[in-house]
Ligand binder design. Structure first.
Ligand code: M6R
Length: 369
């Protein structure tokens, strides 16, 4: 039931505040993250982990890429994020102090399932982040942290993505506490930031009309580029994936720092480029670098659409369109910045008369290798 929405995707995008809130519910007690699902490992075992390998495909892998920044910063454990199908077939080094974390909305993605089985046979402990109760991947894992996004029907993953990041951040904070890598004041501060996210996503959703207008003049675009830096990089990749799968437009995401190493050659007059801009307050060292990237592409005629924090005045002179997101600490910006990119892909596909819930050639759950 679409509940009055034009598509399941529109409904699911709108449900994102609840997807995050429900994933946090019961897992924060007096401002402290508690994940009973991990109790069986014991805190000492989690404290002994030397390396984390995140395995996933598609959008779930981008959630993993976002979480890498938080886990390394907070829990000080090295994290590799690997596509399940690449991991499985390259003789990866797995040691008994390696923790494998799989991420899957459906819990049935064959590539990820095979990677989890492979890792466990090699002696790793595997935790699953999954949105589907009782699915195969959680059953094949040592423990599962369920996301509570509710059923996701549209092929394009949206609310599951933000719920995955929320669950991974809970995991990162839990890990930081048992490993003693963050003090209690910092733990409380980050946990409070996480709890504030549902309301900030709701505020971001109010940009829907601005995004729809943008989409209407872009229906003839042949290619769209997405730039991001730090946690904005996986969001650029996700924005490009959404546009490919829904609107059948060639789209590529780049790390903004790579621009001069090749991609800037693609910029010609009229080329639309989305830029996810880090906060000028929270990322004072990165913000000017991204603004300078914007100037470089603008000087070559790019049509620049900027996703920037409310009040970021530095981007205004160089942007054709600015979409604002609420203030958040840097690691939390992805949960907000992704929303206009999801809406954009959905609106552009709709404007082109395409089926946003069931794009061509795609299945919701990829149960073959
Ligand atoms: O069910 P999973 O999370 O394992 O699915 C992984 C990918 O197939 C999935 O995220 C896919 O990339 C989506 N269609 C993206 O919108």
């Amino acid at each position: 039931d679409k509940g009055g929405w034009s598509s399941f995707m529109a409904k699911e995008v709108s449900e994102q505040p609840d997807a995050v809130a429900n994933t946090l519910r019961g897992r924060i007690v007096d401002g402290v993250v508690v994940i009973p699902e991990l109790a069986e490992f014991g805190d000492e075992a989690l404290a002994r982990i030397r390396r984390i390998v995140i395995i996933a495909c598609g959008t779930a892998a981008y959630a993993g890429q976002v979480a890498k920044y938080a886990i390394e910063k907070w829990a000080k454990v090295p994290v590799d994020v690997e596509l399940s199908h690449e991991f499985r077939y390259r003789d990866p080094v797995i040691e008994n102090d390696t923790l494998v974390v799989s991420i899957s909305q459906s819990g049935e993605t064959m590539d990820t399932l095979m990677a989890v089985k492979y890792a466990r046979e090699a002696g790793a402990v595997a935790i699953s982040i999954c949105n589907t109760q009782g699915a195969t991947i959680p059953r094949e894992s040592n423990a599962v942290i369920y996301t509570h996004a509710g059923p996701e029907v549209a092929v394009a993953s949206t609310k599951a993505f933000v719920a995955q990041i929320a669950a991974l951040y809970l995991f990162a904070l839990h890990l930081a506490r048992v490993r003693g890598t963050l003090g209690s004041a910092e733990l409380l501060e980050h946990t409070a930031e996480l709890q504030a996210i549902p309301e900030k996503i709701a505020t971001t959703l109010l940009q829907g009309d601005a995004v729809r207008q943008l989409a209407t003049w872009m229906t003839d675009s042949r290619a769209v580029l997405f730039l991001g830096r730090h946690v904005g990089f996986p969001i650029a990749l996700e924005g490009a994936l959404k546009l490919k799968e829904l609107a059948y437009i060639h789209a590529e995401g780049f790390a903004a720092g790579e621009l001069k190493h090749g991609p800037i050659a693609l910029i010609e007059p009229g080329q639309p480029v989305f830029v996810v801009v880090p906060s000028p307050r929270g990322s004072a060292h990165l913000h000017p670098k991204v603004v300078s990237n914007i100037q470089e592409i603008r000087a070559r005629g790019a049509r620049v659409i900027v996703i920037a924090e409310q009040g970021d005045a530095a981007v205004l002179p160089f942007a054709d369109t600015v979409i604002h997101i609420p203030l958040a600490a840097p690691l939390f910006e992805p949960l907000l910045a992704v929303v206009p990119l999801q809406l954009f892909a959905m609106e552009l596909a709709t404007a082109k008369g395409l089926d946003v819930d069931q794009p061509r050639n795609l299945a919701k759950s990829v149960t073959v290798e």
